[in-house]
Design a protein around this ligand. Structure first.
Ligand SMILES: [Zn+2]
Length: 266
């Protein structure tokens, strides 16, 4: 069996295991779908959720943005570029990740339009807007809550987001309001046909539809798929800091030498 065919098979299995209603990277619950800020840099985002969305159950109206849940992060065969994010189901149904000793962490997710600039092959600084999930750790959630309380609603607000060091949440800690975008679809037209075609879900949704969107997006992996994943791969807990020398490039561990039980500050 060649490495190539093994990889193909593995990739397919991983895809099956993380399958949800959306297929492309922008909408699958994977590494590429997630917004994060490189240490020492500033990114631009526009918030796409209506923070006033509420759904009613048990007779009470409840907010659901940020969409909070416990999560596991598993690297397939220890490869951080090939990561599976799985909603923890502890207390609801069996969770193989918990059983295997994986740490879980709490995140509140939102949707943002990522306007981070990058240098293209021609060496030109360009912006290709991308809809991404912003998975905020409690520390980041507290910062964002402060901004929300000030504005009333972050829908359409464009922020500069800076991450100063690797102890900062991955989504950044320094949020500076830039301007308010009245109509994000209109705004996207300036990026040409490709920009105009970007899927902005759940932008513009009703509360019920948006709630369903997140419930589907983060739907827990069925137990049989969890089992299949553990059988097919050597899964490494990606939520814990790695010892010096094994961290991915540009992500030096914040507490080198403390070993593997320090949960990354998401
Ligand atoms: Zn779990």
């Amino acid at each position: 069996m060649s490495a190539g065919s093994w990889f193909s098979g593995g990739f397919k299995a991983a895809k099956e295991a993380t399958e949800n209603s959306n297929k492309s990277f922008e909408f699958g619950n994977n590494e590429m779908s997630r917004f994060r800020v490189k240490v020492g840099t500033t990114s631009q985002v526009i918030f796409l959720d209506d923070f006033g969305w509420q759904i009613t159950f048990d007779g009470n109206a409840n907010s659901f943005i940020p969409f909070g849940r416990w999560e596991h992060k598993a690297e397939l065969n220890g490869d951080w570029k090939n990561t599976v994010y799985a909603t923890c189901t502890q207390g609801v149904s069996p969770c193989k990740f918990c059983d295997a000793g994986f740490k879980r962490y709490y995140v509140g997710s939102m949707s943002v339009l990522d306007l981070t600039q990058y240098t293209n092959k021609q060496g030109k600084l360009v912006t290709l807007p991308r809809k991404r999930i912003m998975p905020a750790a409690p520390k980041a959630m507290a910062i964002i809550e402060g901004k929300k309380n000030k504005k009333g609603n972050l829908l359409g607000w464009q922020y500069s987001v800076t991450r100063h060091d690797n102890k900062d949440p991955r989504v950044g800690s320094d949020f500076e309001a830039e301007n308010h975008v009245e109509d994000v679809r209109e705004f996207l037209k300036k990026f040409g046909a490709e920009g105009a075609a970007i899927n902005l879900d759940p932008y513009g949704f009703t509360a019920e539809k948006a709630f369903e969107y997140y419930r589907t997006f983060f739907a827990p992996m069925p137990v049989d798929q969890q089992e299949k994943l553990f059988k097919s791969f050597n899964l490494v807990d990606g939520s814990v800091l790695k010892k010096m020398g094994t961290a991915p490039a540009g992500q030096a561990p914040a507490h080198a030498g403390e070993g593997g039980d320090q949960v990354i500050p998401y």
